[in-house]
Design a protein around this ligand. Structure first.
Ligand code: MGD
Ligand code: MGD
Ligand code: SF4
Ligand code: MO
Length: 740
């Protein structure tokens, strides 16, 4: 085989970097950043370069596995699907499918195949018990968007390239490469902001790599961001320096009036910031021409996640920055979204709390159960069978020792996953996807979150292994088995055809569809006969930049295939009110469910007890949540799973760097090496998430040797944001003591 270079978008994180992948003799020889990529222009991180190593990882599953006498053995696809039909269907049919549940993990949103076909698995399973990684992380932001804009996917993103002042709360994009704000090369974009004389303010209990670049770092008390945001809103209005668009002025002033108890002075104790620092921040914001406030996971995984997300939008709107260049803007997804279908009839008022879980009555929002209840639903046998798709909840979800035990008690479990890991070890059947380099790619989800409108399709870089199935087919066959079929290739084609018909009718009924569009034209215009490419083509062509199957000038999949470095569709443009699905035709800033949460904020106004340590989390550059620790190239070097602690707290507890500390919470305890770090706010300790491999029955040789502990052993599942059901992952109390 000759050597060649392929171009492919990295599927690992939200940054969507273009990769140039050199292949020789069927093996990856080198991965570089694609300098011609229209968006990333050559940027990449160490994980992107490791995709070849992931492909070669001997522990990566290449054949389906079935558990026999407690041990996983490789089987054929036919045997695997038969085992599911024989083992899972009787369990499901025992109680008319009430006991089935599914968990969709983070890689689902990074995959064309999984985004398009995992819904069919949920439908086939016939369950309303859907869990996802989104409910561990960003659900508060999505709930707030649903209430304010009428659609959970209408999320404002920071216009980093044009702002002159970026205030960032609870995000560390120098390490995470960004989230709910798709932007390859955050480091370069932050440099450019500073070089053009702009300011970066980072609000974070830790002096992170991003905070180190900031013009101002505000080391806030964990969980207190709602107070800071409320005080900014109040101060803007009381000083008369707010400048919202006229249509929203009165509503926003009423919101600010409801927040009037929260002033720079009153929130000083609760935030741990001085009132002078808060006032100074407001002055800077009002002096900036194009200020922008952006908040991420540090603000969503708190008991006030939804309210904090709302207040971010309120502050941006008060600054005149919502939907304005340089502020917080709404992307226009090339693959289409509910908010790009043309201004059709405005939707109903969204509201919270219509459905609750049956054991601890947690809210079921946006059709998903909070992960906080996964263990209790299994323990009470409301759930007896589980499917996981690209998820590792045993490491990534709260109260994980309890969850681990609950998974072990399931009557049947199926996992679609590339590793035999902490979660999939409980599966009766594991169905492996091909490696990422063997899949095509298009970022359907991140078109909703991108800081520039971009479309980029990648062909698979490597062919499937002998006997390997494309992931869409793995899922479509699974869906068909759940519907009572055999799980053959023909059954998969029928599932694919069903999804195809749904998308065709969606395109035909879109308010933005041009005159003369009919089924014949749609079907006749498509190049692909089946599979995800055919579906993507429909989405692109009926999307906001689409060619409407030849009736308009615009893009199609064929077009993207001719542009392997992507197509830049331009900087974001103002989209209100066109993007809204609200009855008023304006953002519902005064939504009663949000206004109703203000009273609860009073409880935060007191200074935190200085003798209580609070746990926060971090990400490390060479990790990707829990699942890339089996690659030597990423885990070698000094241990990264340490507990950081401020020197004064370490002294008080008699700890020095390298000691082992025992950390306890209401949920559990772990023992972990100490790293003394004066960048932390005193009273705060920090442990990364995603570690703690080596459980029996897993096959992760490198990860198991890498050490580390699972921080979610400490995370209680019981403390949630009551609006979204999202568990508190940051800022809960722990005790720390030396071991031995
Ligand atoms: N290298 C790497 N990159 C990743 C991932 C990974 O595991 N590793 N995971 C990916 C995923 S799934 C996501 S969602 C994104 C997340 O991307 P980000 O949202 O940028 O998340 P983090 O890097 O964890 O940064 C969160 C910051 O919040 C701070 N923080 C904690 N509590 C509080 C608080 O109460 N208030 C404030 N203001 N700050 C607080 C923490 O100290 C931390 O610095 O990263 C993605 N990128
Ligand atoms: N304490 C604490 N907990 C956290 C966080 C935190 O900051 N602190 N962060 C949270 C966040 S933001 C997230 S998004 C969640 C992530 O939670 P999860 O999605 O549950 O966890 P991941 O570690 O991303 O696991 C991904 C799984 O998918 C598999 N996989 C990878 N690629 C593919 C693929 O292409 N196909 C298939 N079928 N499988 C694949 C991997 O082997 C792995 O089992 O964790 C959350 N948990
Ligand atoms: S920053 Fe994210 S998208 Fe870019 S190479 Fe790294 S993991 Fe891939
Ligand atoms: Mo995430």
């Amino acid at each position: 085989m000759a050597s060649s270079t392929s171009f492919r978008t990295c599927p690992l994180c939200e940054a969507t970097c273009g990769l140039a992948i050199e292949v020789d003799g069927g093996a990856v020889t080198r991965i570089r950043g694609d300098r011609d990529d229209v968006f990333s222009k050559g940027f990449l991180c160490p994980k992107g370069t490791a995709l070849g190593k992931f492909h070669e990882d001997p522990d990566r599953l290449r054949q389906p596995m079935v558990k026999r006498d407690g041990t996983h053995v490789a089987v054929t696809w036919e045997e695997a699907y038969r085992a599911i039909a024989e083992g899972l269907l009787p369990v499901l049919d025992r109680d008319e499918r009430a006991g089935g549940a599914i968990y969709l993990g983070n890689p689902v949103v990074h995959s064309l195949d999984m985004l398009l076909y995992s819904k069919a698995v949920t439908v086939g399973l016939g369950t309303k018990k859907v869990f996802s990684a989104s409910t561990v992380d960003q659900r508060p932001r999505e709930v707030a968007s649903g209430l304010i804009y009428g659609h959970s996917g209408t999320i404002p993103v920071p216009d980093i390239d044009r702002t002159d002042m970026l205030v960032m709360l609870g995000a560390n994009p120098m390490v995470s490469n960004g989230s709910l704000a798709t932007a390859p090369d955050w480091p370069g974009r932050i440099d450019a902001l500073l070089e053009r004389g702009g300011a970066l303010v980072v609000v974070d209990p830790a002096c992170t790599k991003t905070a180190q670049r900031a013009t101002t770092h505000l080391p806030i008390v964990p969980g207190a961001d709602v107070l800071l945001l409320a005080a900014i809103a109040t101060e803007l209005v009381s000083t008369g320096t707010h400048r919202p668009v006229d249509e929203d002025r009165e509503a926003l002033e009423r919101v600010a009036a409801a927040l009037s108890a929260f002033t720079p002075d009153s929130v000083a104790d609760g935030t741990g910031l001085t009132s002078a620092a808060i006032r100074d921040l407001v002055v800077q914001l009002t002096n900036a021409e194009r200020p922008c406030v952006y908040a991420r996971i540090g603000t969503t995984v708190t008991p006030f996640g939804t309210t904090a997300s709302w207040l971010v939008d309120v502050v941006n709107a008060l600054l005149g920055s919502l939907d304005a260049p340089g502020g917080a803007m709404f992307p226009k997804n090339a693959a289409g979204s509910k908010n790009t279908r043309g201004s059709g009839p405005h939707g109903p008022v969204q509201s919270l709390g219509r459905r609750k879980t049956s054991v601890s009555h947690m809210p079921i929002e946006l059709g998903e159960y909070p992960v906080a209840v996964m263990a209790e639903e299994i323990e009470t046998r409301n759930i007896t069978a589980m499917i996981t798709v690209a998820g590792n909840p045993v490491l990534s979800c709260p109260d994980s020792e309890r969850l681990d035990a609950a998974f072990a008690s399931l009557d049947f479990m199926v996992s679609v996953d590339c590793y035999l890991n902490e979660t999939t070890r409980h599966a009766d059947v594991i169905l492996p996807p091909p490696s990422h380099l063997q899949k095509s790619h298009f970022d359907v989800a991140f078109g909703n979150l991108t800081i520039r409108n971009v479309a980029n399709y990648s062909e698979p870089v490597l062919p499937l292994d002998d006997g390997g199935l494309p992931e869409w087919e793995v899922l479509a066959r699974l869906a068909s088995v759940l519907g009572g079929a055999q799980g053959t290739a023909a059954d998969a084609a029928a599932v694919d055809a069903m999804i195809f018909e749904q998308l065709v009718s969606g395109a035909l009924s879109a308010p933005s569809a041009p005159d003369g569009l009919d089924r014949e034209r749609v079907v006749g215009a498509l190049d692909d006969d089946a599979g995800p490419e055919r579906l993507l083509d429909i989405m692109l062509r009926s999307g906001p930049f689409g060619d409407w199957f030849g009736l308009a000038d615009g893009i199609s999949l064929a077009h993207l295939r001719e542009h392997p470095h992507g197509i830049d569709l331009g900087a974001l443009e103002p989209r209100l009110p066109e993007a809204l699905l609200t009855p008023s035709g304006r953002p519902e800033f005064e939504h009663p469910d949000l206004m109703g949460d203000i009273a609860r904020m009073d409880g935060l106004l007191v200074a935190p007890d200085p003798s209580t340590l609070r746990l926060i989390n971090r990400r490390t550059l060479r990790s990707n949540n829990s699942w890339m620790h089996n690659l030597e190239i990423l885990v070698k070097g000094k241990p990264r799973c340490t507990m950081q602690i401020h020197p004064t707290d370490a002294d008080r507890l008699g700890l020095v760097g390298g000691d082992i500390a025992r950390v306890r919470s209401s949920a559990g305890s772990v023992e972990i090496p100490v790293a003394v770090d004066d960048g932390l706010r005193p009273g705060v300790v920090c442990i990364p998430h995603g570690w703690g491999h080596g459980a029996s029955g897993t096959a992760l040789a490198v990860a198991s040797a890498a050490g580390g502990v699972n921080v979610n052993v400490l995370t209680p599942s019981t403390v949630v944001d009551p609006l979204s059901g999202t568990s508190q992952l940051t800022g809960f109390a722990v005790t720390v003591e030396p071991v031995g």
